[in-house]
Write a protein of this length. Structure first.
Length: 379
């Protein structure tokens, strides 16, 4: 019988509820404890989901845990994951798992020395729609993908988030906060990036918080670019423009469009597991793709709303733990996450320097997750 791994959660904020709710869908995972620097936050989640609340230190020492999921904020991801690995446990982090190549390389070394796994969200590219997009690209029906565009643009975060300060500081901004979904999806579909260039700016140096809450009416100082336009050249030869902005009221771009020698594909939002794919043939004739029968495309959330969603967050963790006995490279493994961080931080550096940068990291394309592979992860 396959092993059951004891899972601990570090960081009992917003997203921890999704992990606690969805982890029980997967084989081999048993969430046993949750911790937070704010004890009341850990207590609240523990009561909601019937697990034990601990201090962060006690969680690290808990001998019933094999892996700890790092759901703290980006600025502490590196130090917390390092503590987890130093405590002899596997680590799986929310994105971005580190904020620099130096941090990622140090974590990789520490994990390798202890024969431990480090993995990172996003795992949304394991969703039914994204795996089907990959299957279409890999089938060759679009020919060779030569170029494309990707856009993640909105008017910002201060109109909905009650405390949006961190979004506008170094380590966040649209490219490090939302970019991980898009960059990881592109690596999944096209492979690693070789070179890139970018220009950046910020529409405002201060932003007014208009969301309801204690900070309404106050101003946030902006410490990182809020508009980034870059060009990525993939090792495959494909060239993809990327636009990430929180200075855009409205736009007409599709999330991801990829152009092959024999056709095009319009890929849905990689922030979600499901969505609609459109393809076009060489004559430009478009057709909506019938969703294939993939377990991670089945709607399981907001079933009473007009747009029910598929949400299988934690799939990346389940796959990482299954990869230990399976002897394969975890799909949401460290090398892919580190390459994505390299792409995102290099876009910001290229924006500052105006230079074309050659990346110092690379990775294997994560393995596809077929419907049967996905089913094997589920209970
Ligand atoms: N909220 C979302 O919808 C969402 C979605 C996808 C990904 N994420 C990612 O998940 C991460 C967490 O986001 P969130 O929205 O849950 O944030 P949050 O601020 O709601 O929660 C973070 C929690 O971590 C705790 N914490 C901070 N430092 C800690 C430390 N050193 N040790 C233990 N606990 C610590 C905080 O007290 C807080 O309770 C971020 O990286 C974010 O990008 C969030």
């Amino acid at each position: 019988m396959a092993k059951t791994y004891g899972v601990g959660i570090m960081g009992a904020g917003n997203i921890s509820a999704a992990y606690l709710r969805l982890a029980p869908l997967f084989k081999g995972l048993e969430v046993r404890a949750v911790a937070d620097i704010i004890p009341a936050a850990a207590q609240k989640r523990a009561e909601e989901f019937g697990v034990v609340a601990q201090t962060p230190d006690a969680l690290l020492k808990n001998s019933e845990l094999d892996v700890i999921v790092n759901l703290t904020i980006p600025s502490t991801h590196y130090s917390v994951s390092m503590d987890i690995v130093s405590a002899g446990k596997h680590a799986y982090s929310e994105k971005p798992f580190v904020l620099s190549l130096e941090e990622g390389t140090a974590l990789k070394k520490a994990a390798a020395e202890r024969n431990l796994k480090v993995g990172s969200a996003p795992d949304t590219f394991l969703g039914g729609a994204h795996q089907q997009a990959r299957q279409i690209i890999d089938s060759g029906q679009l020919g060779k993908i030569m170029s494309g565009t990707t856009h993640v643009m909105s008017r910002g975060m201060e109109h909905w988030h009650p405390n949006p300060d961190f979004f506008f500081q170094v380590g966040a901004g649209p490219i490090l906060d939302l970019g991980p979904y898009y960059v990881t999806e592109l690596i999944h579909l096209l492979g690693p990036v070789r070179r890139l260039s970018a220009f950046t700016n910020m529409a405002r140096t201060e932003r007014e918080v208009t969301a309801e809450g204690p900070y309404k009416g106050s101003f946030v100082k902006v410490g990182t670019p809020t508009t980034i336009h870059g060009v990525l050249e993939f090792v495959s030869g494909a060239i993809v423009t990327i636009g990430a902005s929180w200075d855009v009221a409205a736009h007409g771009h599709h999330n991801i469009e990829l152009y092959g020698t024999d056709g095009s594909i319009f890929v849905p939002d990689p922030n979600f597991f499901g969505g609609e794919i459109t393809t076009a043939d060489i004559a430009g004739e478009r057709s909506t793709v019938t969703p294939w029968d993939h377990p991670f495309g089945v709607a399981n959330q907001d079933l009473d709303k007009p747009t029910p969603r598929a949400n299988y967050r934690t799939a990346g963790l389940a796959d990482m733990m299954a990869s230990i006995d399976g002897g394969y490279a975890a799909r949401c493994g460290l090398d892919v996450a580190l390459h994505a961080v390299d792409v995102m931080t290099s876009l910001l550096k290229a924006g500052e320097s105006g230079q074309v940068l050659t990346l110092s990291t690379t990775c294997e394309r994560p393995m596809a997750l077929s419907p049967a592979d996905a089913q094997a992860l589920l209970k």
